[in-house]
Design a protein around this ligand. Structure first.
Ligand SMILES: *Cc1c(COP(=O)(O)O)cnc(C)c1O
Length: 392
């Protein structure tokens, strides 16, 4: 039986050749590949909601891009940032990294996304920003969230780690708020092994992030009249992407349409195989929404069946996963620091404790979707019977 992993990076001969070509040359960082990737990624994103051009800055990871966003927007100690409870810990660690206080918002049960309704009651005079995550690539209600932000004069940071290709009314996510942050970690839509992209509609914000990314140095190599001479005008970090990574990213980006197409088709095929027919799997909610980038297929099957279903899938060689295993405020670090009140996060808990994430990536073979659907269906029936037996 062939194992189907949850995710596997798609690396082609062209990708390998692109990396080798950089190694054959003299420039491994601070070079033209990063610049080209920034331009090409911007072209892929397209214009913002009011026709603005995107400005892109390569980074060493999505977490680095998020950290740079808070630094550049001047958010720090004493400030509160409303963050999703249902997300990757990086979304929240970035707020901690600048010494600001995260205030956790629950999500919508059908999408896993924060909404204006879950955010608004948490706003206080100390709130400076709203952080959103497009959960497994499903776009948040950015019109509603931006309206709320304008009303209260708040900055908006979008975590787009799983959202390459996610659009609202044709406008890519990451371009609605003040900053968008993407991840090129191996199992995401595009990979540079490690890497990320900071995106903004504001040239000045992008320029500041560029400086912060490179030690706060005030001029690039090309801008130095005397070689080696520079000044440092601000605090900074080293969050650069290398030329090797950027070359891989550029090569991957050339396939982005095919990558998105395969994910969408696999997602739809899996949904059709599981729902809406006479064989509809009862008691299973599938998270979805318009404009999704279809990072993975999340089925919420409930906490009584979830772990049994996961074991059954593993037995069938299917690499399922959990997105995410705990609402962030329930993770030990955050629970100890801020306390945890489960009553505040019923929807985030329902996804963490009852959700299963299934693969839809380009590594799936043509009949894998059928195999995954059949295995899930059998596992669900088996788990339901076990639950009934226990109650008999
Ligand atoms: C993967 C992920 C991150 C972290 O990305 P890195 O590039 O590994 O820093 C952040 N947010 C979300 C939602 C993610 O899924």
């Amino acid at each position: 039986m062939r194992e189907i992993p949850f995710g596997r990076p798609w690396i082609t001969e062209e990708d390998k050749a692109a990396i080798a070509a950089v190694l054959d040359g003299p420039i491994l960082t601070h070079g033209p590949a990063c610049k080209a990737l920034e331009e090409e990624f911007g072209a892929f994103l397209g214009a913002g909601p009011n026709g603005e051009s995107p400005h892109c800055v390569t980074t060493s990871s999505c977490m680095a891009a998020l950290h740079l966003a808070y630094l550049r927007l001047g958010i720090g100690p004493g400030d509160e940032v409303v963050v999703p409870a249902q997300t990757h810990v990086a979304t929240v660690h970035a707020v901690e990294a600048v010494g600001a206080t995260p205030v956790f918002a629950d999500c919508d049960a059908a999408t896993g996304n924060v909404t204006p309704e879950t955010i608004e009651p948490l706003l206080t005079p100390k709130t400076r920003a709203i952080s959103v995550v497009h959960f497994v690539g499903i776009p948040c209600d950015m019109r509603g969230i931006m309206e709320l932000a304008r009303k209260h004069d708040l900055r908006v940071i979008e975590d787009c780690a799983l959202a390459v290709g996610a659009r609202i009314e044709g406008v890519h996510v990451g371009l609605w708020g003040d900053a968008g942050c993407f991840s090129f970690y191996p199992v995401k839509h595009l990979t540079t092994a490690e890497g990320g992209m900071f995106v903004t509609r504001c040239a000045e914000v992008a320029e500041g992030v560029r400086r912060l990314r490179g030690f706060g140095v005030d001029r690039t190599h090309e801008e130095r009249k005397i070689p080696g001479m520079y000044d440092v005008t601000t605090f900074g970090l080293n969050y650069r992407m290398s030329e090797l990574q950027a070359a891989l990213g550029r090569s991957q980006l050339r396939r982005v349409a095919a990558i998105l197409d395969v994910r969408r088709k696999n997602f739809r095929a899996l949904r059709e195989a599981l729902c809406g027919g006479p064989d509809d799997v009862p008691g299973c909610t599938i998270l979805d929404g318009p404009g999704s980038s279809h990072y993975c297929f999340v089925a919420v099957v409930g906490p009584t069946r979830r772990d049994r279903v996961l074991s059954a899938l593993a037995r069938d060689g299917i690499g399922a996963s959990i997105y995410y295993p705990h609402p962030v405020p329930r993770l030990t670090y955050y629970r100890k620091k801020y306390g945890y009140d489960a009553k505040r996060f019923p929807c985030a808990e329902a996804i963490s404790d009852g959700g299963i994430a299934l693969p839809v990536g380009p590594h799936l073979a043509p009949d894998d979707v059928e195999r995954i659907a059949a295995s899930l269906r059998a596992a669900m029936t088996e788990a339901a019977e076990e639950v009934l037996d226990r109650h008999a």
